[in-house]
Design a protein around this ligand. Structure first.
Ligand code: PLP
Length: 221
C-alpha cells in the first residue's frame, strides 16, 4: 500500500472504532495539504492545527471542505489570523485571550465557538485553566458577545500507558458535568474534546465526543 492508501485505511479503521457522533479531528501538524485533503476525503470530520503560521500556509492549498479547529496554544498577537482561519478554538484558557478573540470576531462580524482548555494535570508547564478556576473563567467569557462557549478540551499525557490518561479525563468530565448543571447563560456544554492516538478509546469511555488524532492517521511525525 502507498502512503495515501495507508492513510485511507487508518481513517476507515478509526471511524469504525469510534461511536457515530464522535467527531474525529485530524491533528495536521507537520503534514502537507495533500495528506490533509486525502484525510478529509476519507471521512475525518475536522482539521486540527497547532500553529497559526502552518495553518496559514496550508489554508489556500487545502481544497476539501471541513471545519478548522485551533488545537494549539494561541498567542494573543496571533488572534487576528486565528479568527480568519478557524471555525473553532479548542484552547481558550484566559480572559485576556478571550477578550482579544471577541474583539477580532466583532470586527469580522462573526461568533467564534470555543472550548475551554482544562489543565487537568495541574502541571505548571502546561496550558489550560486550572480545574478550580474553570467556572469563574466561563462566567467571564460568556459575557463576551462574539464568543460562544461550547464545551471543554484537555490534553492529558501524550505517551505512556493509555490508562494513565484516564484520571485526567475523569477530572475534565466532572467539570463538564458541573458546568452543565450550573446552566450558565450562553454556555452550551456540548463538546468534550479529549484523547489522542494512544488514548482516544479511554477518552471516549470517559465521555469524549471529540478526539484529536495525528499519528494513528498519518503515521509517525
Ligand atoms: C499533536 C496533537 C494531537 C494528536 O497527537 P497524536 O499523538 O499524534 O495523535 C492531539 N491534540 C493536540 C493538541 C496535539 O497537539
Amino acid at each position: 500500500m502507498n502512503n495515501f492508501e495507508i492513510l485511507r485505511k487508518n481513517v476507515a479503521d478509526i471511524l469504525q472504532s469510534i461511536p457515530s457522533g464522535v467527531i474525529l479531528v485530524a491533528a495536521a501538524k507537520t503534514r502537507n495539504a495533500r495528506e490533509v485533503d486525502a484525510a478529509v476525503k476519507a471521512g475525518i470530520h475536522a482539521i486540527g492545527h497547532n500553529y497559526i503560521q502552518e495553518a496559514e500556509q496550508m489554508h489556500p492549498l487545502v481544497t476539501e471542505k471541513a471545519p478548522w479547529h485551533m488545537i494549539g496554544h494561541l498567542q494573543r498577537n496571533k488572534v487576528k489570523k486565528a479568527v480568519e482561519l478557524f471555525d473553532m478554538i479548542e484552547t481558550m484558557d484566559s480572559l485576556r485571550l478571550a477578550v482579544e478573540v471577541d474583539k477580532h470576531c466583532a470586527n469580522a462580524n462573526k461568533v467564534m465557538p470555543v472550548l475551554i482548555e482544562i489543565n487537568s494535570g495541574k502541571e505548571s508547564n502546561k496550558t489550560g485553566v486550572l480545574p478550580e478556576n474553570a467556572i469563574e473563567l466561563i462566567r467571564q467569557v460568556q459575557t463576551l458577545k462574539h464568543i460562544r462557549v461550547m464545551g471543554l478540551m484537555t490534553m492529558g499525557p501524550r505517551f505512556g500507558n493509555p490508562e494513565d490518561a484516564r484520571p485526567y479525563y475523569k477530572i475534565t468530565k466532572a467539570i463538564f458535568r458541573k458546568i452543565k448543571e450550573e446552566q450558565i447563560p450562553n454556555v452550551e456544554m456540548k463538546y468534550l474534546s479529549m484523547g489522542m492516538s494512544n488514548s482516544y478509546q479511554i477518552a471516549i469511555e470517559e465521555g469524549a465526543n471529540i478526539v484529536r488524532i495525528g499519528t494513528s492517521l498519518f503515521g509517525p511525525r
